[in-house]
Ligand binder design. Structure first.
Ligand code: SF4
Length: 368
């Protein structure tokens, strides 16, 4: 199932080729599609039929849309491709509950998506950029910097494919997290367009409360997110309770330090009434000490929040390790005793390189 994969980890920082980004069906809102269909001399209801095929029936191509006139299908096929990236590889965990897909975009970039099945939900983890400019010290994606932003359509492809895969497995896609490759709030406009499309009840109809946007702490965009009309979940990747440690792990902390970040979180909670999740990747000997846990508890006390402790999914060329189970439990217990709601979340699919950016890096290396 899994290729033999060896270090060294490749550094990926190639500039994106200057190919024009094609506009695809998945880039368009229903209103935009209606305008396009009218331009083709067809009534607007044809657009609603296309949308229904694409997002409810999860059709793979226009040929499957059999209640459309053949001329419209042909025209759309020529002028408006469904998608601009295709899956090149899928890995499945032994228990058959986690699926990682590697895509190749129209300009040859590689992007990852993970679908995770749980008894009560099916969650897709979507990527929003090729690479990432934030450069977190423990992250495979951050190793090579940012190549380019994904378009909304390239994000929609990942969600639709996960919905189709879930359907094939007798499940329904229920949740979406933007915790794959990239920083969603550094690709803000495309991320909001993407959310608008997948949230549309006439389309994929994913409830906003089932969509989680994750950020490393882009303060102005957290403020912008608080004004959006959607009741989204916000996850903030904290990873450390003080500036000295956080600036080492999450370099963007030098631009927006912990106090500024938490002030933005407080404004977000006040404006939306929504609880924030703080993500905390536990790294052995780095941020997992008893004193660090107490400092974190003090920092977060009194806030409408929840802490997700994520024992690190190690990257082979980076010097960070997962703590042993005792250390993880001790850290969690310290937070819980201090009254901070805390959950330990183990990463899915460690054996299929499900940590963000790992499969892409391995594929690049194997193809080199
Ligand atoms: S952890 Fe997220 S924000 Fe940090 S470098 Fe990786 S993809 Fe970017």
């Amino acid at each position: 199932m899994i290729d033999a994969l060896t270090s060294p980890h490749p550094i990926i920082n190639r500039p994106a080729p200057r190919a024009a980004k094609p506009v695809t069906l998945y880039d368009l809102t229903l209103d935009e599609l209606e305008a396009r269909v009218r331009e083709a001399g067809q009534p607007a209801y044809r657009a609603r039929q296309v949308y229904d095929w694409a997002y409810t029936k999860l059709a793979r191509d226009y040929e499957a849309m059999t209640n459309l006139p053949a001329t419209l299908r042909a025209e759309l096929g020529e002028t408006l491709p469904l998608a601009a990236m295709t899956p090149v590889r899928e890995l499945v965990t032994d228990d058959g509950q986690t699926f990682k897909t590697l895509y190749r975009t129209f300009d040859g970039q590689l992007v990852e998506t993970v679908l995770m099945l749980y008894p009560e939900r099916a969650t897709v983890c979507v990527s929003c950029q090729v690479g990432c400019a934030v450069g977190c010290a423990f992250c495979a994606t951050g190793l090579g910097g940012l190549t380019r932003n994904l378009t909304a359509g390239e994000m929609v492809v990942q969600a639709v494919d996960a919905a189709r895969r879930s359907h094939e497995l007798g499940r329904r896609l229920t949740n979406l997290v933007m915790m794959g490759m990239g920083e969603p709030l550094q690709n803000y406009a495309a991320t909001m367009r993407f959310i608008g499309i997948i949230h549309d009840p006439r389309g994929l109809n994913l409830g906003a409360r089932r969509i989680t946007v994750s950020t490393s702490g882009i303060v102005p965009k957290i403020d912008a997110l608080a004004t959006e009309p959607y009741q989204l979940n916000l996850a903030v990747s904290l990873h450390a309770p003080n500036d000295e440690l956080r600036s080492r792990l999450v370099p963007i902390n030098r631009r927006w330090p912990v106090a500024e970040l938490l002030a933005a979180c407080d404004r977000y909670i006040a404006a939306t009434g929504r609880r924030i999740s703080f993500e905390y990747a536990l790294m052995k000997g780095i941020n997992d000490g008893e004193g660090t846990a107490r400092e974190l508890a003090t920092l977060l006390r009194g806030r409408l929040c929840h802490v997700n402790l994520i024992p690190l999914n190690p990257v082979d060329v980076l010097p960070y390790e997962r703590p042993d189970p005792t250390g993880i439990e001790r850290f969690a217990a310290t937070l819980q005793t201090a009254g901070i709601p805390t959950t330990v979340r183990y990463s899915r699919g460690v054996e299929i390189a499900a940590a963000c950016g790992q499969l892409r890096a391995q594929h690049e290396q194997a193809s080199a």
